[in-house]
Ligand binder design. Structure first.
Ligand code: PMV
Length: 346
């Protein structure tokens, strides 16, 4: 019957890490080898819109992404459904008047307004939106931190998209992952002049999935243990401090070094993983050129598991940074400013 239909909608933005998550200590729970830190692009239109419905009239759980049917049998999606249903069941057990939503099949309908799986953090926005839509549907009193524990099991980086602004994901030490959670380092309003320029170098699907890549790096890279043990823990502390102090030069320096460290570990993987291409390298040189001309770091590049570039800068340098990209990359084949260049206020 129509009265049996329950529904909730939400959107979640992408986040782009400045200290990268790369490496899992547990693949079943998506527990990372190191903590990470990101900026949530809340004001941009890079987001996933998700509607979660449940009804006895549905035959089974289903998930539609950009109009195509997805497999819900995967362990990641199942883990999110299971955790959220358990929280809903607890409410239903306490209060007999609550409708038994946890027993109904779920129907999830999601739309991304950006390329899926092209290294633009689509899984982060996707699982964050999925988890929050179902939490809203179930009227769970869960905090963003509690939801981050669940979203993490869908896609690691998704746990950071439940917060706006500057967000850290604490790796944690527990085997069951109860302390592997995201928290807010600072709200977006703390540093409102922060901007992200997104250069879509390629909208194609990435060659090596992040899970496959991470496992290969953990298993074979000799550089990787040093990154996990010494490099990242120190950078996490320095990055939090740079954000609190709004010290852009330090923020930029750490961001670029950490992107390069992550891609160096990819190259150090056997067989090597190449996410950057010639256009990505041209973007790196453009940022180096901008910073050399300015005499200090006013722009910072970073790349995820794909060739697309995100450049962070302060709004006061908008003309310098965005202007250079037009001049330098406008003539490079593969970079189409009209299609690819997007300035996103965070
Ligand atoms: O959340 P996943 O499993 O898609 O991994 C994301 C990994 C990077 O985007 C490369 C880094 C990060 O911290 O987001």
């Amino acid at each position: 019957t129509p009265t049996d239909l329950h529904r909730a909608s939400t959107t979640a933005p992408v986040n782009i890490a400045v200290i990268k998550y790369w490496g899992k200590r547990s693949t079943t729970l998506n527990l990372p080898t190191n903590s990470s830190l990101s900026v949530t692009l809340s004001q941009s239109d890079l987001r996933t819109h998700t509607t979660a419905s449940c009804s006895h009239s549905f035959n089974s759980d289903s998930l539609l992404l950009n109009g195509s049917v997805q497999d819900v049998a995967g362990a990641r999606t199942q883990a999110c459904f299971r955790e959220l249903r358990a929280l809903r069941s607890a409410i239903e057990e306490k209060d007999a008047a609550e409708p038994k939503l946890s027993a109904m099949p779920l129907q999830i309908v999601s739309e991304n307004n950006f390329p899926t799986a092209a290294g633009l953090a689509s899984s982060a926005a996707g699982f964050a939106a999925l988890v929050r839509a179902i939490a809203d549907l179930y009227r769970l009193p869960a905090s963003p931190t509690e939801l981050s524990r669940i979203a993490r099991q869908g896609s690691g980086s998704a746990c950071r998209s439940l917060f706006g602004g500057f967000v850290a994901w604490e790796a944690g030490v527990e085997e069951d992952g109860r302390d592997s959670l995201a928290y807010e380092v600072a709200p977006a309003s703390h540093w409102p002049s922060m901007r992200a320029l997104i250069l879509v170098v390629s909208a194609e699907k990435k060659g090596v999935s992040s899970t496959t890549g991470m496992q290969a790096t953990v298993a074979t890279s000799a550089l990787f243990p040093m990154r996990v043990k010494d490099v990242v823990p120190q950078r996490m502390k320095r990055m939090e401090k740079a954000i609190h102090e709004k010290d852009f030069a330090t923020f930029a320096d750490l961001t670029m070094r950490d992107s390069n460290s992550f891609h160096a570990c990819c190259l150090d993987t056997t067989p090597p993983i190449f996410y950057l291409n010639d256009v990505s390298r041209a973007a790196i040189r453009a940022v180096e050129g901008i910073n050399a001309k300015a005499g200090k770091e006013i722009a910072a590049y970073t790349f995820d598991a794909g060739p697309n570039c995100v450049v962070y800068y302060d709004e006061e340098n908008e003309a310098l940074v965005a202007g250079w990209f037009k001049a330098v990359l406008g003539s490079v084949e593969g970079w189409d400013g009209a299609r690819g260049g997007a300035v996103a206020p965070m």
